[in-house]
Design a binder for this molecule. Sequence first.
Ligand code: PGA
Length: 257
Amino acid sequence: MKANNKRQHIVAGNWKMNKTFQEADELIDNLMTELENNDIADTKVIICPPAIYLEMASDMAEESYFMVGAQNVNENESGAYTGEISAAMLEALELEYCIVGHSERRAYYHETDAIVAKKVDALLKHNIKPIVCCGEVLEEREANRHFDVIKRQIQEGLFHLTAEEFANVVIAYEPVWAIGTGKTATPEQAQEIHAYIRGLIAEKYGAEVADTTSILYGGSCKPGNAKELFAKPDVDGGLIGGACLKADDFMAIIKAF
Ligand code: PGA
């Protein structure tokens, strides 16, 4: 356990577009067994399955220690948006969290910082905590522009919020070059950016808000590297993709605190 207890430790699993219904049921079942058999201390465990499994996951969560989040939400309240899901619908399932601004959504579905800001608003209006992703692509890091990119994403996606609203936000730093590539940021690289993000929050909302905001690392985080990453003072947990698809790997990461 880290010395800093001001912040909630969070390990969230982003299933992305994986698992059939039966496989999803099995994975949650296996996770429930793992959670029963292990001491997870005060770490909050969140699973973010595809939308079609959210109701099942939410029902199963009632019997266990995990919480459920969605992977995406539409920014509009309701209406003619074929195929989309609203924050009101997520709220009706009693979901606690929703990922916003994942780099895959930014890259493949043209989600801009302005859209991220609207999605954050829609979620907060419906009492759902946004897990807001930021992170640079490889060319931006190589051109030494990663601080600027992250600053823009955080400012434009989040800094319209009041301090009271911001207190509900979780941030995930996910360098795009580390997502699904097996190439993890070093613990020092993660710490450097997490401290930078916390500094931006402190400047805008003050030290107290900054000190209580959970900032997660994501990008090829796995059982073999989670401990070193989570040991860094400003890394408050992880947003896990590939390694959350097996209950024992996900559990090993949860236990890495
Ligand atoms: P990864 O994905 O763990 O498979 O790299 C992380 C994420 O995209 O959230």
